[in-house]
Structure formats: C-alpha cells, structure tokens
Design a protein around this ligand. Sequence first.
Ligand SMILES: [Zn+2]
Length: 323
Amino acid sequence: MSEPTKIQPRLVYSPEYDIRWLGLEKLHPFDSCKYSRTWKVLVDRFGDRLQSATITPTAPATAELLQTIHTPEYLQQLTHSRYIAQALELASLAWVPSDILDRHVLQPMRLATMGTVIAAKTALETGIGINLSGGYHHASRDRGSGFCVYSDIAISIASLRQSGQLTATDSIAIIDLDAHQGNGLARIFEFDRTVHILDMYNQDIYPQDRQAIDRIDLNLPLASGTRDDEYLNKLQQYLPSFLSQLDRPKIAFYNAGTDIYEDDPLGRLKISAEGVLARDRLVFQTLVAARIPVVMVLSGGYTSESYQLVARSVGEVLDTWGL
Ligand SMILES: [Zn+2]
C-alpha cells in the first residue's frame, strides 16, 4: 500500500466505549468514563467538524476476529465470572452472572477493540488514526490481566494482514509509552520479528515480567519519580534512531498511556501535564516527519484529569494537521 500523501487525522469513538454499570466506574481506580469525557471536551472545542472527522464502530469485534490472536481456551474462560473478575482485578465481580459482565464490561472492550482495528485501517489511508480507547497492552494470547482482556493492537495487526493491507513481512512499530511495560504485546510477538517494540516504562511497578522484557527491541526502563527533563530527553534521544534503524515501518501503533502523569496513583512517574503534551507532540511529529502512518490508543491513565490530558494532546494533533 502506498503511503498517504496528505495527513488527515481521523478519530474513532463510540459513546458505548464507557463502562457504566452498577457503580463499577467507582470501584476501580480506572476512570472508565474517560472516553466520553475526552470526546465531550473535543466536541465543545471543534463542534461539527469533529463529527465529520470521526468514525463510529457499529459492532464489537467478532469471535472470529478475536480468534486471530486469542486461544479458544482463553475465550472460553471469559465466559466465567471468576476469570473475568481476576483479569479486571475486581474480586467482587466474581459473584455477578457472566452474561451481565459480558454485556456491560466485555462488550464495550470488544467495541473498543474494533475501534483500534478501524483506526489502524484509517491510518493507512489518512496518516493518523486515533481510537479514543483501547491500548490493552497486558492481554496476551491466553491470558487477561491488568484490566486488559483483548489485545486490540495485535488483533489490528492480524486484521491488516488478513485483508492484505499489510504483508507478512511488512515492518511494524509499536511505541509503548504507558507507565507500565506492555508485557502482553511482547509475549504475543515473541517470535514475530517484523514487529519492533520500543517500550519506555516504570520498571518499579507492575508487571515486572522478565520474559516479556527480554523481547523488547528498545528497552527504556525508568525509575519511579522520573521527571520531565529526563523522560523527554530519553525519548528525543532514542525514538528517531529506533525508527531509522527499521526497514521503513508501514505503520506505527502508539500506546499513549497518560498514567505517566505526576498525580497518577499507579504509574508513579512525575511527568507534568506539559510533559505529557510534549511527549505526544514529539511522537506525532517524529512519525509524521518519517512518513509513518500512526495509530494512537489511550491505554492507561487513572486520574480524574486523565481525559483532559488526552483531549489536549488530541486537540493539538487536530490543530496541527487539520480536520
Ligand atoms: Zn499503564
């Protein structure tokens, strides 16, 4: 596929991304309504122009699509409440009937997975596809953990290969800047060397998965408390050279977790709001300059301010490259 000649950012979003049910949104430190909150900030700012640049997934990822990555045994386990509760780290959910959990919790995640698939296809045509959800980087082929059930990025790669938009040998980049190491993705692509992973994360927190760390192509561990200067200098130093060493990637997946933010209770880094914006600017400018289509997904970010950080970064992308 030829690369896009003009950059036209496209968003992918559905109001059904939010997980609102029986106060679940209050049980978990994860702001499970950050998707609609982000959307609202952007709509208030860009109005109708945003609607016309947005694609809404109408159906969740099908079983057939999920099976391109996940094992049948694992998908079968997801019909048991106890297993779902464990993957979501919410023990009390083990007592809720599994069909209710499926409808209210897993289905929004399958819809967001479809959103990443659509954003990836769109990015190949317009240069930038942003799914206002997704980024479930802890999910592996046969295991869900850390609030991640379906590996939306891996499923998107499988889908692009199936449709012929990527060949089996096309080079793919994953830039994972969530505060946590993306162990699920590293495990899924353990033996797939067309996928190149840059992962910068806090090494002092979950998941501390040694086997997954060994698979990372460019491993950039950080210590708790890392601040803007060190963080941004490291990214500036390594991202361009990481990309230039690859055989011109056909697409880059950017896992843009905002849990690097200084007030995030889980990420334990000390990156300011300005630092988060500068990080996202650096990633987009570097990828666009290298003419690599980019798919952004939101991944972690657990504070009540996370949606504002995301909206600021996405808003700047829309301002820079237009709607
Ligand atoms: Zn995270």
